[in-house]
Design a protein around this ligand. Structure first.
Ligand SMILES: NC(=O)c1ccc[n+]([C@@H]2O[C@H](COP(=O)([O-])OP(=O)(O)OC[C@H]3O[C@@H](n4cnc5c(N)ncnc54)[C@H](O)[C@@H]3O)[C@@H](O)[C@H]2O)c1
Length: 467
């Protein structure tokens, strides 16, 4: 193993190593080791050293260490040439291949090694697994606490189920007692990474113990963004969710452009206008997990879009997969109800969403149809749907599609609850939830399709659709 590069550095051994001691000695400054000096690690190293922290950069690639040792940047990024020169000259940067020593000589480690795709699409964690053994060995003889912050993108469960046990085994020490482990997803983008480092969309820390969370608050709490604490697994998942969402947005814009081009419409003008709607489009609207969509607009307009694309020989695989995906969501609800094993089912809600009587293409109607077809004993309560009052297209929809549904509707919630073993909750009104808290019996199962808040008073056995 090669040793530290001869950069102008302070000797890390003169630092106490414990976050509390270091802060006491130097204000808010920490001694930080950074593992993996690619885009994430090198930019973090430069920015943390710029902010006054002492950093030890660790990589298996000697060429990268040599570059940093000479005050050069190992990655092409705006602002990195000048910044790296400055921070290395400041004497606050040290580089080494000796991971164990770096753990021993620092108070906190940021782990930023690559986690590329394996040929089968799985995450190749080989570099991370090798490193975890070294991190653990580095803790073996360390008699001060240490915080390990995993910043590489990792599939949910990796930190708690794989990396933490390796460090515990190799060190003979316990997470939460002798050292802390946490996950902090990195949101910087190549090309604007220094700017993104200084102004992230938010800081998210998945931590099981306070020491890790407090140390990261010290380190990143000054950044101009919200600071969230969550479970380790949620933090791991948020990173995937964000990247998948970005990929989805890009593909949505590109599929829209392909259809626009075929229709002679300017895609830039269209997407620009789409983005100007901050109420429904670029907003939290439609981004809460719940039941399948339906109603008189989304399904028919998607179908018309797909037909248009077919007429013009335009392939739109993402848009084309929305209706099948939505159907799978409805099928999951059907499977959940059937899995309970009781045939006395009460449906609360029939229209396609809370607050409307519109039954057209309601996924709850689909669910009811399925249960009726299977011979279930079904009762339905929906305070918005009064068959006698329905008019126009809605009335026609019932007469042609679900004429038998009227016989199953009951005006009284209490009657539906009393006559059922399983309740399917498809409405989310607060007053309804209050009534249910009184009416539901402990022996009943409630299948929650709407994502009722965990804090809601409830009785019986509740099962969420996918939560
Ligand atoms: N690049 C980005 O914009 C970006 C943004 C957010 C998150 N991420 C995630 O951050 C992680 C790092 O990404 P990157 O683009 O910086 O990777 P990268 O490939 O540029 O750099 C990874 C570095 O890790 C080093 N390395 C491998 N094994 C090591 C070991 N045992 N010890 C020390 N160093 C080791 C490699 O030599 C390399 O220098 C990945 O999980 C990635 O998904 C990347």
């Amino acid at each position: 193993m090669r040793t530290a590069m001869a950069c102008p550095v302070r000797d890390p051994r003169t630092w106490s190593g414990s976050p509390a001691d270091v802060n006491q000695n130097t204000g808010n400054l920490l001694k930080i080791s950074i593992f993996g000096l690619g885009y994430v690690g090198a930019v973090s190293l430069a920015c943390l050293a710029r902010d006054g922290h002492e950093v030890i950069g660790v990589d298996v690639d000697q060429a990268k260490l040599d570059l940093i040792g000479e005050g050069k940047t190992p990655v092409v990024e705006e602002g990195m040439v000048e910044l790296m020169q400055k921070v290395v000259a400041s004497g606050r940067v040290q580089v080494t291949t000796d991971a164990q020593r770096a753990v021993h000589d620092s108070a906190l480690s940021l782990i930023c090694v690559g986690t590329p795709s394996a040929p089968n699409g799985s995450q190749d964690q080989s570099a991370m697994l090798r490193l975890a053994h070294d991190l653990g060995r580095g803790m073996r003889d360390k008699d001060r606490p240490h915080v390990f912050v995993f910043r590489s993108t990792l599939v949910p469960g990796t930190v708690e189920d794989v990396l933490q046990p390796i460090i515990e085994r190799e060190s003979g020490k316990r997470a939460g007692e002798d050292f802390s482990v946490c996950f902090q997803p990195e949101f910087l983008r190549e090309g604007t990474s220094i700017r993104d480092y200084d102004k992230p969309p938010f800081t998210i820390v998945g931590a099981n113990d306070d020491a890790a969370f407090t140390a990261l608050q010290e380190l990143f709490g000054h950044l101009p963004c919200a600071f969230h604490r969550t479970s380790v697994r949620s933090a791991e998942m948020v990173k995937y969710c964000c990247n998948n969402f970005h990929a989805l947005k890009i593909t949505f814009a590109n599929e829209t452009a392909r259809l626009c081009a075929a229709l002679g419409v300017d895609p830039f003008e269209v997407m620009d206008l789409v983005c100007q709607d901050r109420q429904l489009n670029i907003s939290p609207a439609y981004l809460k997990p719940g039941f399948a969509f339906g109603g008189s607009c989304l399904p028919k307009d998607l179908r018309a879009t797909m037909h248009l694309a077919k007429l013009h020989d335009v392939e739109l695989p993402v848009l084309n997969s929305i209706i099948p995906s939505n159907r799978q969501h409805a099928d999951l609800a059907i499977a959940k109800v059937m899995a309970v094993g009781s045939r006395r089912v009460g449906m609360i809600g029939l229209s396609f969403k809370t607050g409307t009587d519109d039954l057209r293409e309601s996924p709850l109607v689909l669910l009811a149809e399925h249960l009726i077809g299977k011979g279930y004993n079904l009762r339905i309560y929906d305070p918005e749907v009064h068959l006698s009052r329905l008019l126009g297209a809605n009335r026609r929809f019932i007469d042609t599609h679900v004429p038998h549904m009227g016989e199953l509707m009951r005006p009284d919630l209490a009657e539906v609850v009393a006559a059922s073993d399983v309740l399917v909750l498809g409405l989310a009104s607060p007053s309804l939830l209050v009534s249910l808290a009184d009416l539901v019996r402990e022996d009943q199962t409630v299948i929650d399709l709407v994502g009722v808040p965990k804090t809601t008073k409830r009785r019986g056995h509740w099962e969420g659709l996918c939560w």
